[in-house]
Design a protein around this ligand. Structure first.
Ligand code: 13P
Length: 258
């Protein structure tokens, strides 16, 4: 039996509106009610809908968690437009993404800023999903491991061994995000294994054996089971398919049956 409980997150990105976010939240509760014992589930709605989703989940007593897609690392102050860890925690969040490729490559966040966010998220008592991944050019230049290792070493700088209980790593190859291209299960497994090896080197083998490393990048109902059956793939971070209740439910069930 797999020792690590799989985690499946739905990253809604900058999609939905008040009405569709509510109906998606209700749909996720209905679709996933029977599988909570086997898989940990979370949705990451846009910040303006966190409270709405939170109140729907509370009224339905679901175990599905709520996460924020981003936070700023400072606790408060003159940071117009930013949102603190305490604020998303107040909105019912238990998880936060950091280092998503769209924030690295579209918004321009550095490894150092991402590390500051990771530390703030953990210090605020939440779980951080640290996303890493190489671009197509980097993969073709044979730099896949080097890039992921650099993003992880810097992303986890000053994160202690005990704090690793509050870290999930998401491997999301940039070339597979929103493109319909998926890493083959073998490609993804090779990278996940190498990431777990790095965690053993940075911490201990026990920490490496416990940390969940999830895959993101065009996960669909049709490829979820083959990805999740790999020994070092502990679930997924789902973009486009998480906006369709039926697809998200099928992907979550694929993780639950591993
Ligand atoms: P897609 O599933 O749309 O490729 O997005 C993956 C992702 O970025 C999840 O965070």
């Amino acid at each position: 039996m797999r020792e690590r409980r799989p985690f499946v997150g739905g990253n809604w990105k900058m999609n939905t509106n008040a009405e569709s976010a509510s109906s998606l939240a209700r749909g996720v509760v209905d679709a996933c009610e029977s599988i909570h014992s086997a898989v940990e589930l979370a949705v990451f709605p846009p910040a303006p809908y966190l409270l709405t989703v939170s109140s729907i989940f509370r009224s339905r007593s679901t175990s599905t968690k709520i996460g924020a897609q981003n936070v700023f690392h400072q606790p408060d102050g003159a940071y117009t437009g930013e949102i603190s860890v305490a604020m998303v925690s107040d909105c019912g969040c238990s998880h936060v993404l950091a280092g998503h490729s769209e924030r690295r490559h579209v918004i321009g966040e550095s490894d150092e800023l991402i590390n500051a966010k990771v530390r703030a998220i953990i210090a605020g008592g939440l779980t951080c999903v640290l996303c890493v991944g190489e671009t197509l050019d980097q993969r073709e230049a044979g730099q896949t491991d080097e890039v992921n290792q650099r993003q992880i070493r810097t992303g986890l700088a000053d994160v202690g061994q005990r704090e690793m209980e509050h870290i999930i790593i998401a491997y999301e190859p940039v070339w597979a995000i929103g493109t319909g291209k998926t890493a083959t299960p073998e490609q993804a497994q090779a990278t996940h294994k190498s990431i777990r090896g790095l965690i053993a080197e940075l911490y201990t083998q026990e920490v490496a054996d416990r940390v969940r490393i999830i895959y993101g990048g065009s996960v669909k109902p049709s490829n979820a089971a083959s990805l999740f059956s790999q020994p070092d793939i502990d679930g997924g971070l789902i973009g486009g398919a998480s906006l369709k209740v039926e697809d998200f439910g099928l992907i979550a069930k694929a993780a639950a049956s591993e």
